[in-house]
Design a protein around this ligand. Structure first.
Ligand code: ZN
Length: 339
């Protein structure tokens, strides 16, 4: 009996070791440990064993059973691990395969131009400040020295929400709001959307963008204005760029001027781009009118300042040599892709 058990055990272990598949291990389990298995049949022949030897033989059968079960478990877990590893190898991601390309948009030419202007002025210590697009008439006109019935209101005719509330026609109200806070000195840039009741054509739109600047401090002179704007022009259009100032009139500045820059296409010799003049008109500027300072609670005998305003679209059109402003608003992908 003992020899028979030992033989069964050895044979089972040999078969387990030779198994290379989980199904085979299952077959072995059935063949040795199942209801009709070899070990079970040994137990069935127990009636032939002498009663005093039965506990000993029973113990031996149980030991053999435990041993075979243990080996089966061990072999199974090894095979399972191997199968998992092979599956992982098969499902590995090849990072060298070409990727699917996502179509990503990019910044609008207006925004590219705005970031460029902001970068230049922030580099000179300016702060970028924004304000409401729907504005009180008093901030948009009166506090900027444009009382009711002033002829300048015709040039800046805008959309009225009510008698006293308008869509702002310029970003200057942001300057007034900043001056009223009374924190001096001021060095600020006010970019944003503005509105005029204009018909749409190649150079006009009822909605466009302005970038205005304001500096208020003690002893600010026209020389500071010229130096600042000449530096701005050089940074934006190239180091060779020269500027000239032509006298002009704005209600909120005195004296006022318009600034031209030398044509960056021909360097000032005259070409089709600058219509032969060698100069390109770029912005309006001037020393802040004493009335405007007084209305915002700043003493014009102690403080002075300068202001300037430039159309964002004008900068974008010039910089990218676009000849029709409407292209900037139509959002035609074929156009926008070029920037
Ligand atoms: Zn030119």
């Amino acid at each position: 009996m003992k020899d028979q058990l030992e033989k069964i055990k050895q044979e089972a272990l040999r078969q387990i070791e030779a198994s290379d598949a989980l199904e085979k291990l299952n077959d072995i389990r059935v063949a040795y440990l199942g209801k009709k298995g070899e070990l079970t049949s040994v137990l069935k022949s127990m009636k032939d064993v002498a009663p005093e030897d039965r506990p000993k033989v029973g113990q031996m059968v149980n030991d053999a059973r435990t041993m075979i079960e243990g080996k089966l478990e061990e072999a199974m877990s090894i095979l399972q691990k191997k199968a998992r590893e092979e599956q992982l190898k098969k499902e590995v991601i090849d990072v060298t395969l070409p990727a699917k390309r996502n179509k990503v948009g990019h910044t609008h030419p207006n925004t590219i131009a705005l970031k460029e202007v902001e970068r230049i002025f922030v580099g000179m210590g300016y702060e970028v400040i924004e304000g409401p697009e729907v504005e009180y008439d008093s901030y948009n006109f009166e506090k900027l020295n444009i009382p009711k019935n002033h002829p300048a209101r015709d040039e800046q005719d805008t959309f009225y929400i009510s008698d006293n509330i308008v869509l702002r026609s310029q970003t200057s109200p942001v300057q007034v709001r900043t001056m009223e806070k009374g924190k001096l000195p001021i060095r600020m840039l006010a970019p944003g959307r503005v509105f005029r009741s204009d018909e749409v054509d190649a150079t006009h739109s009822p909605s466009f963008h302005q970038i205005e600047g304001l500096v208020i401090d003690k002893n600010i002179t026209f020389a500071d204005l010229k130096g600042t704007l000449a530096e701005f022009a050089r940074e934006l259009f190239g180091l060779e760029t020269k500027v000239k100032f032509r006298p002009h009139h704005f209600p909120f500045t005195e004296p006022s001027a318009e600034m031209d820059v030398t044509c960056f296409k021909c360097g000032g010799k005259g070409c089709r781009f600058c219509k032969g003049s060698g100069w390109i008109e770029i912005l309006g500027c001037g020393m802040v009118h004493p009335n405007v300072l007084t209305m915002s609670g700043i003493d014009p005998d102690e403080y002075s300042g300068f202001a300037f305003g430039v159309g964002l679209e004008r900068i974008a059109l010039l910089k990218y040599e676009i000849d029709d402003m409407r292209l900037l608003y139509e959002n035609d992908i074929r156009f926008l892709k070029q920037f």
